[in-house]
Ligand binder design. Structure first.
Ligand code: IPM
Ligand code: MN
Length: 362
C-alpha cells in the first residue's frame, strides 16, 4: 500500500526540521515494507514571495490528494509588517480550516534525562504526562467580525469569540475519548467567571461527561490552569480548551519538557478511534525560529515526534509510531542533544546528526 504524505516545510527552521522527520519516515518505511510518497508544497512567507498568497492553490490540491500533511513552521520578520495585506500565519490558519482539523492534540511528556533542561524544579516534573486538546478551527482565532477600521475618534479593532454547541461538543468528545485510553481525567479549561462562551462550554462539558462515566471531569479557570501547570503539572492528564487558551498554555507547557523543540502536535478532523485512520495535519508546536534558521542547530525532535503521530493517527501504523517514539527516547537517553537542551559538559549535535541517529535507531 502506498501512503501519500504532503510535506510543507514552510519558513525559517521549518524545512530543516521536516527534512529530518522525512528521513526517519523513509527508514521506517523501508524497514517495515511501507511505501511512503512524499510531495513538497509551498506555504507561508516563501509562498507569499513566490505566489502572492500564503496558501497557494497547488498546495490545497496537494493536501486534498494526500493521506496526511507534515508541516514545519511559518513566519518570519520579513513578513511582519502589521499593515501587510497578508501574513504567513494566514496560510497556516487557512490550511487548518480547509482541512477541518478542529482537534489539536499536544502531548507534553518529560524525558527523565532532561529534567535539568527545564528551569522548574526536577521534583515537580517527575511523571509529567499531559495531552492538551486545543480547539483549532473556531473561537477567537476565526470568529467574525474580525477587523480594524478608522473612526472619527481614532482607530478601532475587533476580534470575536463565538462557539456553537456542535464545535464545543466534538472537541470535548476528543478529550474524553483520549482520557479513556489514559489516566481517565479531563480538565476542562475556561474563563466561565467572565465569558459566555465559557459558561456554555462548562455546561456542555458536564453533559458530555455523562457519555463517559469512567472519566472524571474537573473544571478549571484558565488563569488558575496557567499557574497549576508550573506549580503541580503532574496533576494533569488531559486538558481541553478553546483555541487561544490552548495556544498560550502549550507554550507554557513546553517549559516543562525543557524546550519548544521537543513538542509535537497532531490536528485531526474527527474523534480518534483505535484502528480508524483519519487525515491529519502534523506540526511541531514551535515556530519558524528565524534567528537560528540555516545554522543546523534547530531541534528536529518535535518534527520527528509529529511524524510518529502521523503514523499513528493518519496511517494507522501504531507499531511504527511507537518505534519512532522509542528511538527518540533512546537517542535522548544516549545523550543526543541540540543546543536548546544541552546541559553542562554535554556534547552538542546538529539538526542532521540528531535526525540521522534517530533514523539509525528505528
Ligand atoms: C501554534 C502557532 C500558531 C497558532 C501561529 C503560527 C498562527 O503559534 O501553532 O501554536 O497560534 O496557532
Ligand atoms: Mn503557538
Amino acid at each position: 500500500m502506498e501512503y501519500r504524505i504532503a510535506v510543507l516545510g514552510g519558513d525559517g527552521i521549518g524545512p530543516e526540521v521536516t527534512a529530518e522527520a522525512v528521513r526517519v519516515l523513509k527508514v521506517v518505511g523501508a524497514k517495515r515494507g511501507h511505501s511512503f510518497r512524499f510531495t513538497e508544497g509551498p506555504i507561508g512567507g516563501n509562498a507569499i514571495d513566490r505566489f502572492g498568497t500564503a496558501l497557494p492553490e497547488e498546495t490545497v490540491r496537494l493536501v486534498k490528494q494526500s493521506d496526511a500533511v507534515l508541516l514545519g513552521a511559518v513566519g518570519g520578520p520579513k513578513w511582519d509588517d502589521p499593515r501587510a495585506a497578508t501574513r504567513p500565519e494566514a496560510g497556516l490558519l487557512a490550511l487548518r480550516k480547509t482541512m477541518g482539523v478542529f482537534a489539536n492534540l499536544r502531548p507534553v511528556k518529560v524525558f527523565p534525562q532532561l529534567l535539568g533542561a527545564s528551569p522548574l524544579k526536577p521534583s515537580l516534573l517527575e511523571g509529567v504526562d499531559i495531552v492538551v486538546v486545543r480547539e483549532l478551527t473556531g473561537g477567537l482565532y476565526f470568529s467574525k467580525p474580525k477587523r480594524r477600521w478608522q473612526t472619527a475618534r481614532g482607530r478601532r479593532g475587533v476580534d470575536t469569540l463565538k462557539y456553537t454547541e456542535r464545535e464545543i461538543r466534538r472537541i470535548l468528545q476528543v478529550a474524553f475519548a483520549l482520557a479513556q485510553g489514559r489516566r481517565k481525567k479531563v480538565t476542562s479549561v475556561d474563563k466561565a467567571n467572565v465569558l459566555e462562551t465559557s459558561r456554555l462550554w462548562r455546561e456542555l462539558a458536564n453533559e458530555v461527561a455523562g457519555e463517559y462515566p469512567d472519566v472524571t471531569l474537573e473544571h478549571m479557570l484558565v488563569d488558575t490552569a496557567a499557574m497549576q501547570l508550573v506549580r503541580s503539572p503532574a496533576r494533569f492528564d488531559v486538558l481541553v480548551t478553546e483555541n487561544m487558551f490552548g495556544d498560550i498554555l502549550t507554550d507554557e507547557a513546553a517549559v516543562l519538557a525543557g524546550s519548544m523543540g521537543l513538542l509535537p502536535s497532531a490536528s485531526l478532523a474527527a474523534v480518534p478511534r483505535p484502528g480508524k485512520r483519519a487525515k491529519g495535519l502534523y506540526e511541531p508546536i514551535h515556530g519558524s525560529a528565524p534567528d537560528i534558521a540555516g545554522k543546523g542547530i534547530a531541534n528536529p525532535i518535535a518534527a520527528i515526534l509529529s511524524a510518529a503521530l502521523l503514523l499513528r493517527y493518519s496511517l494507522g501504523l501504531e507499531e511504527e509510531a511507537s518505534l519512532v517514539e522509542r528511538a527518540v527516547a533512546t537517542a535522548i537517553a544516549d545523550g543526543c542533544r541540540t543546543p536548546d537542551i544541552v546541559q553542562a559538559r554535554e556534547r552538542t549535535s546538529s539538526t542532521r546528526e540528531v535526525g540521522e541517529l534517530i533514523a539509525h535507531l528505528v
